[in-house]
Design a protein around this ligand. Structure first.
Ligand code: C5P
Length: 226
């Protein structure tokens, strides 16, 4: 029977945070940011292994205590120049069975809950292709010109914001990323193969911490969920 595994790319620098510390290690509710997603994924009974993909030159990971996660947490020091490269390298090194499911999740989405995971796995475990957590776009969308003025209003109907985890068969995802490496999420690589990943309705609380002001909101949500 195919197993479920998680893979967390955490080899980026987080340039938009404007902080010397890589984003995944910024302090958040008393822990490095990446701890929260790893905690949720390691606590999910359906998931067998949680791989965290780190930069080869990462010296910070081993300065924290990860012992509570035991062998379920596997650090892989094989991150690449882009997120897609980090995921592709992680898939190669982890040697998963091609039919195993892999849930790829951003280190920078710390507010993921067990309910989100249960919904994603429940809706996709019998799916042919796989899919992603996502939310329909709520705001009106404006396209900017080069002077930061509105050049037009974009049609919002049918648009969704992609989140993570993104859940695909390990073999299919590895093949997709090999053929299409200039993507910002896994689903884009699967789409490029001509397949149509499913959109699984999520919540805006599973947002990506990108700017400094996002830290406060993430901390409030984490403290509330505890
Ligand atoms: O920068 P951004 O927020 O889009 O990064 C999304 C995720 O991809 C983060 O968890 C980041 O650490 C990871 N990443 C990576 N390797 C890179 C760039 C980003 O693992 N070279």
């Amino acid at each position: 029977m195919s197993e479920f595994h998680a893979l967390v790319p955490a080899a980026g620098f987080g340039a938009r945070m404007g902080n010397g510390l890589p984003k995944q290690y910024l302090p958040l509710a008393g822990k490095p940011m990446v701890f929260h997603a790893l905690d949720t994924l390691c606590s999910c009974p359906e998931i067998s292994t949680v791989f965290v993909v780190l930069a080869p030159e990462d010296t910070l990971f081993h300065t924290y205590d990860w012992s509570r996660f035991g062998d379920k947490l596997q650090p892989l020091f094989c991150g690449g120049a882009t997120r897609a490269e980090s995921v592709a390298n992680g898939l190669l090194v982890s040697e998963l069975e091609p039919d195993d499911w892999v849930l790829v999740h951003d280190a920078a989405r710390p507010c993921l809950t067990q309910a989100h995971l249960a919904k994603l796995i429940g809706e996709l475990r019998d799916d042919e292709v796989g899919g992603i957590l996502a939310v329909p776009v709520a705001d009106t969308l404006k396209r900017a010109d080069t002077g930061q003025r509105i050049s037009c209003t974009e049609e919002r109907a049918g648009l969704w914001q992609a989140q993570t985890p993104q859940m695909f068969r390990a073999g299919l995802l590895a093949q997709a990323l090999q053929q299409c490496s200039h993507v910002t999420d896994e689903a884009s690589a699967i789409e490029a193969l001509g397949l149509r990943p499913k959109l699984v309705l999520s919540e805006s609380s599973n947002f990506k911490v990108t700017y400094p002001q996002d830290l406060l909101l993430a901390e409030l949500l984490l403290n509330k969920n505890r």
